[in-house]
Design a binder for this molecule. Sequence first.
Ligand code: NOJ
Length: 735
Amino acid sequence: MSQFIDDLIERMTLAEKIGQLNLVTPGGFTNTGPVVTEGVEQKICGGLVGGMFGIYGAAALRPLQQMAVEKTRLGIPLLFGLDVIHGHKTVFPLPLALACTWDMALIEKTARIAAVEAAADGLNWVFSPMVDIARDPRWGRIAEGSGEDPFLGAAIARAMVQGYQGDDLALPDTVMACVKHFALYGGAESGRDYNTVDMSRIRMYETYFPPYKAAVDAGVGSVMCAFNEVDGIPATGNKWLMTDVLRGEWGFEGLAVSDYTGINEMSAHGLGDLAAVAALSLRAGTDMDMVGEGYLTTLEKSLEDGRVSLGEIDQACRRVLEAKQKLGLFDDPFRYIDEKRTENILTADSRAFARETAAQSCVLLQNKAGVLPLKTAGTIAVIGPLAADRRNMQGTWSIAGDWQLCASVLDGIKAQCGQNTEILHARGANITNDPVLAQRLNFAGEKVDIDPRPPADMIAEALACAEKADVIVAVVGEAQEMSGEASCRADIGIPEDQRPLLEALAATGKPLVLVVITGRPLVLTWEQAHADAILLMWFGGTEAGHGTADVLFGQHNPSGRLAVTFPYHVGQVPVYYAHKNTGRPYGGDMLDKFKSRYLDIPNEPLWPFGFGLSYTTFDYGTLRLDKTALQGEDDRLQATIAVTNTGPVTGTETVQLYLTDPVASVARAVLDLRGFQKVHLAPGETADVTFSITSAALRFFNADLQHVWEPGEFIIHTGPHVAALKSAAVQWIRD
Ligand code: NOJ
């Protein structure tokens, strides 16, 4: 590889090298940021572009690749990227929803299908996986990641990289993945997007870094910098982060790209003018400049001024060229551009799989008196602003998805019911009555319309349906653009204009089932008290409506488990299971004043991490350990628990394994996830679930940031979620 690249670099002019560092977006097609690139075609022909993004389709990309290959002096092909985040044209549930499946094979397959479809659409690079740990549901981008836990997040990062890249990046149906946003983007203060991040190095290494590192270990081809600062220096220009940690400690050898105008934005962070921040970024190890053209416009002069070296420019250029070579673009620049391959897109199989993923991602949060599953008989009132909605089913980052192919929940319900069931429908409320908010939510096409009727009239119409029904299914929640980038919310309930409808429906006394559509954990405390059943659907993608109906009618027994904590009150956030004990933990005595607690709300969340109901029930036996005294690095503990399906139908349980290290040289979390297994059990069936635990599970980052384990007592826990664990202690000493 290097000889070919060496020879090429040898022949390149300085302007051509800097051109390779320039990643542009044409706009007009799909805008994903505040500005777009001017004069794209001219720049390509002038050898001033290394890659493009925000445009897809073989027919659209072929002439652009032709320009690069035929019109430039050296004919270097372009990279073509896109935000393929949870599927391309077949849209799968949001990443946060997929995380709730705890099913790595399923998640890998979503990425595989996305890669096949993206590659068939001319793309060779996807800006995914997004693996930012997020513990503040006000942050809209919590939707794009895998939730709050580093162990689960790392497993998902590996699965996605494998799904996109396969074993050979040069195959025409694999694409280069881009793990993002390195690093700590999910730690934004106040849950406000692009906000400051400031955290201890122990927390970085222990909690926020593992999913990025897992992606690097899995061979991810590229890394995208975060917008935020890390230890006071924006990630894009942070040499410690981009070089010492990423390349030095973790051995990453691929391509590092800034986020959208991330280099330019360092000026607003207060790091200097464009020339200064571009030089800082290059020296930090950020190879490609997304949209901002800071490299294009300043590096030549910075080289003259001695602010950057030719070696640094060559190194960044080499990494761009190496990525192109790994993708096989020098052998065939049109490898991914084949108009005939569109037959691989939106196949019957991929849609069937999307339906399965939509069902698997649903989390049943409440089911009083077994109101679910519904029967295909009698009268069902399907109410709510999202009940008949198709435009909002795909969720954020569904650039290539066509909402017109989506089924609504109402469509899904109708498709399941025959002539014995009467389905009534009324909208009942708007997603929001606020025209300014609606306008903001409609920035990329109309997703939210406002029915001009007075709210009371809409509720009256809904009640008329409800009165005739045996059961009410209310489909409520967020519009697509209420979560995702730049979509933060301070009040994370069901949008307030939907509340009067819910109050009126609850007051009927009819069985009330809520289907909740959301990209973030919502505060559903009122809903928990007033609804009989709550089914969390997230944003389910192309087949959301049918997948949800499969769950509602019991075709699919719900098996999703929360990958993120659901707060009791927004004032608790960040609220997450792996918290520290503190010096004054609250023990339940309300009158014990000097404890770490609130006066007005509980410390506990509404629904804990790992939680989710089924249409059956599972019973856990006692936790059995094959030994309670272990010695040395290589010893191994077997922890076994018998799980029995004690209910009426076959179901899938996710058995979780946690660890506590009660005494250590630094304060540890009260619990840390260390394993999980899914078991599928028929009624009455029992399975022994065994976890094999090595000393790797005991390791943590100490005050010197060494990844160590310290001998002593450890507590092993297993169970269905963090608030219902069976525990046993072991002693694990050194040799
Ligand atoms: C900004 C987002 O932060 C990033 O995730 C995305 O990949 C780029 N825009 C490109 O659209």
